[in-house]
Design a binder for this molecule. Structure first.
Ligand code: SF4
Length: 503
């Protein structure tokens, strides 16, 4: 339910009993308030005109704040307290909150350079508001390493900050902003030892990426925003002009230096792009080891897109589901990110979709329907896919077998059978089948391991199986050894192997 609610809230926004909310503590992107729902930070639109039409509103009842949807209570919600470090000022009398802000629930975020080389040109990104907060006096134009280390130290001490985001406007030539990020990262790391995330344009000279690593940066964001280049050329012409090749080179190099899952790119939904560009772009990124941080457009008042509406929740849900699937297939996860927006997650519901899809378990057949499903999967694999059997692979051994099932997100995706062949502890395994599309989930490995545990618990001392030769290395990795020469078995070469039940 949580993922549905957060997705809808991020599209429609949250109002306060008919009124728009005032920003109160917390932070996040401009025009947003951060709340805790079930302990998770969620950044929501609160002040834009469209929020007045949201079905969601906040009401105080019995001493607690509750989110309602059309008079039905949805869930309790908590405000994030105003951070204590906001009350301090530097020696130069600059309030700390003008230097860095709390984002999400435990992230300190700052724009090191609060200006952009393209702000006064046609090249300016239409969704961006980087100079607005400087112009209205909420921040200062450039932060120094000394200021940032002072604020970060206090924020860690007073507010238990856990990670830091350093972002910046673009300078000319794009990517040169890295030279401003490096000394800031060095100073923050020295003062706090916190994980640091840095965001910048893809540099032409990749040496800067090594400098960031050396400076103590743990993760980086190189944001293409959209893979629909027609749209990108309209809304972010400077980024579009850099070209995919330059981004790709930077992402590859960054993954090499910072590691898979520690590099990310924002993909904004609602810029006018084709929906499938988000999906293929996410695949493209995930193949490289880059986390596609998909977020709904948050139209910033004062930006060139202030009158555009965020994408609807149905579209976001479709995209989140597809991207969560890609993340699963490619082994990426927000929970493995050390620092930055992917770790914070307040601006996107993607991590909720990841969690909801990321469970794998194994158990013996419990019901008739379970058993039928196991036989269906075997038919898909051995009859339709591999064509080893013409109609059915079911045989007399099935009646005396124990059938194990693997479930991925509560869907049965694989099976294996085991049965005793004598009374001396010899068991045989076979018909290991995992549905196409789920073979990167670890289901096959789990089935084999669980089968070994299962037969051992039934007194098995010898566990063998005829393995198709192309799967021998997979079984060897799980500790099985080959016995006897390869033989034809149902018209395919098979290797007899024995499990190591010692462990
Ligand atoms: S996801 Fe990023 S932009 Fe959003 S609140 Fe968290 S750190 Fe800030």
């Amino acid at each position: 339910m949580m993922r549905q609610v957060v997705t809808e809230l991020q599209s429609f926004g949250l109002r306060f009993e008919g009124k728009l909310l005032q920003r109160r503590g917390g932070a996040g992107p401009a025009e947003g308030g951060t709340f805790l729902i079930e302990g998770m930070p969620v950044n929501l639109p609160i002040g834009s005109e469209y929020v007045a039409r949201s079905p969601y509103f906040l009401r105080e009842e019995g001493g607690q704040f509750l989110i309602f949807k059309e008079e039905r209570v949805v869930c309790p919600v908590h405000f994030i307290d105003r951070p204590k470090f906001y009350d301090y000022t530097t020696k130069g009398r600059i309030p700390y909150h003008k230097i860095a802000l709390l984002h999400g629930k435990d992230c300190l975020a700052t724009s090191v350079i609060q200006s952009c080389a393209y702000w006064h040109s046609k090249e300016r990104c239409r969704f961006c508001g980087i100079e607005l907060s400087y112009r209205n006096g909420q921040t200062i134009k450039k932060k120094t390493p000394d200021q940032l280390s002072e604020v970060a130290r206090k924020a860690k001490e007073m507010d238990s900050i856990q990670h830091v985001v350093l972002t910046t406007g673009t300078v000319e030539p794009p990517g040169k902003e890295i030279s401003s990020l490096v000394p800031c990262a060095v100073a923050i790391k020295e003062a706090t030892d916190l994980p640091i995330h840095a965001q910048f344009c893809p540099p032409s000279n990749m040496e800067g990426l090594y400098e960031l690593k050396e400076a103590g940066v743990d993760t980086v964001g190189i944001h293409i925003e959209s893979f629909d280049f027609e749209t990108l050329s309209q809304v972010a012409p400077a980024k579009s002009a850099m070209g995919l090749g330059r981004f790709e080179k930077a992402w590859k190099m960054a993954v090499d230096i910072f590691g898979p899952n520690q590099v990310s790119s924002f993909l904004i939904v609602g810029l006018g792009e084709k929906e499938d560009s988000i999906i293929w772009g996410s695949k493209f990124l995930a193949d490289l080891g880059v986390y596609p941080f998909v977020i709904p457009l948050r139209p910033i008042p004062g930006s060139l897109m202030e009158n555009v509406l965020p994408p609807g929740p149905e579209e976001m849900k479709r995209i989140y589901e597809a991207v969560a699937c890609i993340l699963r297939e490619k082994g990426l996860s927000s929970s493995r990110s050390l620092a930055g927006c992917v770790r914070c997650g307040a601006c996107s519901a993607l991590s909720l979709f990841e969690e909801a899809t990321d469970t794998l378990n194994c158990h013996p057949v419990r019901t008739k329907a379970d058993r039928e499903r196991a036989f269906e999967i075997r038919k898909e694999v051995f009859v339709l896919e591999q064509k080893i059997f013409s109609d059915s692979d079911v045989d007399e051994n099935d009646t005396r077998s124990i059938h194990l099932l693997a479930e991925w997100n509560h869907e049965i995706v694989g099976t294996v059978r085991v049965f005793p062949v004598d009374n001396n502890g010899h068991w045989v395994g076979g018909r290991l089948a995992v549905k196409n599309g789920f073979r990167n989930t670890g289901a096959g490995e789990l089935l084999v391991r669980e089968a070994m545990i299962y037969v051992k618990s039934r007194g098995c001392t010898k566990f063998t199986a005829h393995i198709q030769v192309e799967n021998v290395s997979f079984f060897s990795r799980l500790g099985w050894k080959t016995i006897e020469p390869v033989k034809e078995y149902f018209g395919k070469p098979h290797q007899l192997m024995e499990a190591n039940l010692e462990d």
